[in-house]
Write a protein that binds this ligand. Structure first.
Ligand SMILES: Nc1ncnc2c1ncn2[C@@H]1O[C@H](COP(=O)(O)OP(=O)(O)O)[C@@H](O)[C@H]1O
Ligand SMILES: O=P(O)(O)O[C@H]1O[C@H](CO)[C@@H](O[C@H]2O[C@H](CO)[C@@H](O)[C@H](O)[C@H]2O)[C@H](O)[C@H]1O
Length: 464
């Protein structure tokens, strides 16, 4: 079955039939596979494009495949619509040892029988094909490769796949560019391209400006597949830096303040570039109701959260009460999943924010909605707390001084200190801590104590 297969692959159903048994085993094991824990019941091809001829020594397919899965982990349950994944599949007679980690499997049936399929992003030539296509603004089947007109991309930059644990896959080209290849893809405007592009066009220097991007045009809709940005050489992320300072027993207040300023610069530029709205009573109630629903779902999934749920809920009802008194707020486009790991510091000390995808599990429309900017502030405040709890030896007062310095830096640029709106801030910090409880329970149970300690703090009323 295929939704919209490009003409370049002569026999797409045979291609999928060849790969199906291999993908069933390989795909769910990938770090970026979003549907962990639910059995894959089958695949359907969304599009397939031959980027290098399959009869050559090295063949290369660009494949968009939908993985059908049961909605629950128990066998025999109902099926959901399934997520669509982007794969670059290389085929060779045999894999050289350097490509062993890329192995998908040995094909036993169909047109590729006898050959070996592998994740081609690990390989030099296929990664070069992508950069060359971006450089030359190629159109291949339904794939469109775009480049910012004034942006030069030098030919022949040497690629290397980043090996960090990621939600997507990134290839660095000659320490000059980084191409983020999105793995779970959705149709529509993608904030991971939309927001950095808007910020760059606004002249905001706090984000690496997109130099190019890849899109699939399918059945009248565009799917963003990847974004090429300048690579910040020698950068360290905020999480690494914070842990390094903590290990030395050092403060991080100067950096926290600079991060507050950088966040506010990004918010100010986003508010100029994209629409803002006023949230009145109805919308604030909706916002608070969404937070309550997330709390209930998290408490259902994580029993350790249940004793705190009634007290946490008051953070959300207080927000609704304030709106009922006639208080309004401005909402705008925000980062949506800001934490120390999303902040890069260049060797000259300049901070950039990356990864504007938002919380990947949320639908695109929700991720693109204007939100109170304090949402990002709350994410960063939680991150300082996370860092303090992850240190080998505790440094008393470390998180508190970072949190205060961050708000001070934010206020210096934005003109308003987030601490002057404690109800909105507490609601967002509580919502984030609840999200983290669920995230850690699912992905890193050893870390659950970190957000749970925040939950304890947030559920205890502040002394008057
Ligand atoms: N422009 C950049 N310059 C240098 N390193 C970068 C850049 N963009 C991303 N990175 C590195 O790549 C990692 C993953 O990027 P990110 O956008 O967060 O991807 P993902 O959505 O897959 O998590 C970051 O943690 C950072 O180390
Ligand atoms: O980086 P992602 O966009 O994939 O974000 C997810 O994973 C993060 C962990 O890698 C998680 O962040 C949480 O842990 C961080 C430390 O590892 C900490 O700095 C953050 O404050 C904390 O929220 C994030 O929540 C999740 O969406």
């Amino acid at each position: 079955m295929s939704e919209a297969v490009t003409r370049t692959v002569t026999s797409p159903s045979a291609l999928l039939a060849s790969l199906d048994p291999l993908l069933r085993d390989w795909l769910p094991r990938q770090r970026w596979f979003a549907g962990k824990g639910r059995p894959v019941t089958g695949f359907s091809l969304v599009a397939a494009t031959e980027l290098l001829p399959s009869d050559a020594r090295l063949g290369l397919y660009h494949v968009l495949v939908r993985a059908h899965q049961q909605l629950a982990s128990a066998p025999g349950g109902p099926e959901g619509p399934g997520d669509c994944y982007q794969l670059l599949i290389g085929v060779r007679e045999a894999l050289p040892p350097r490509l062993a980690p890329a192995l998908i499997g040995h094909v036993t049936e169909g047109p590729l029988a006898g050959r070996t399929a592998y994740d081609a992003l690990y390989d030099t030539r296929p990664a070069e094909v992508l950069l060359e296509a971006l450089r030359t603004r190629a159109r291949i089947g339904g794939l469109r490769f775009e480049r910012e007109p004034e942006r030069e991309i030098r030919a022949g930059l040497v690629p290397r796949l980043m090996t960090a644990e990621q939600s997507n896959s990134s290839v660095v080209y000659g320490d000059t560019f980084i191409l983020k290849v999105l793995r779970r893809i959705v149709p529509g405007i993608n904030p991971d391209l939309e927001l950095p592009l808007a910020l760059a066009r606004e002249g905001c220097p706090r984000v690496p400006a997109p130099a190019g991007w890849m899109v699939a045009d399918l059945a009248g809709r565009s799917w963003v597949l990847g974004v090429l940005q300048p690579y910040v050489q020698g950068a360290a992320d905020g999480w690494e830096l914070a842990l390094r300072e903590l290990a030395k027993g050092e403060e991080f207040v100067a950096e926290a303040r600079a991060l507050g300023r950088a966040t506010a610069e990004v918010h100010t530029a986003l508010a100029r570039a994209l629409p803002t709205v006023t949230l009145a009573q109805g919308q604030v109630r909706q916002l608070a109701d969404g937070m309550i629903e997330r709390l209930e779902a998290a408490a259902h999934a994580v029993p350790l959260l249940r004793p705190y749920a009634p007290a946490l809920r008051t953070a959300f009802t207080a927000l609704g009460d304030l709106a009922a008194e006639g208080r309004t707020w401005t909402a705008q486009r925000v980062h949506g999943d800001l934490h120390l790991g999303q902040c890069l510091r260049s060797p000259s000390g300049q901070w950039s924010l990356i990864d504007f995808e938002g919380e990947p599990a949320k639908p695109l429309a929700e991720r693109r909605m204007p939100q109170p900017p304090v949402r990002d502030v709350a994410g960063m405040l939680r991150s300082f707390d996370y860092a303090a709890h992850s240190a080998d030896a505790p440094v008393p007062g470390w998180a508190g001084s970072c949190r205060a310095a961050y708000c001070t830096g934010y206020a210096e640029v934005a003109g308003a200190d987030p601490r002057t709106d404690p109800v909105m801030l507490r609601a967002h910090e509580t919502d984030k801590a609840v999200y983290e409880v669920l995230y850690e329970a699912r992905h890193r149970p050893d870390w659950l104590a970190v957000p749970l300690s925040a939950v304890r703090r947030l559920s205890t009323p502040e002394p008057a």
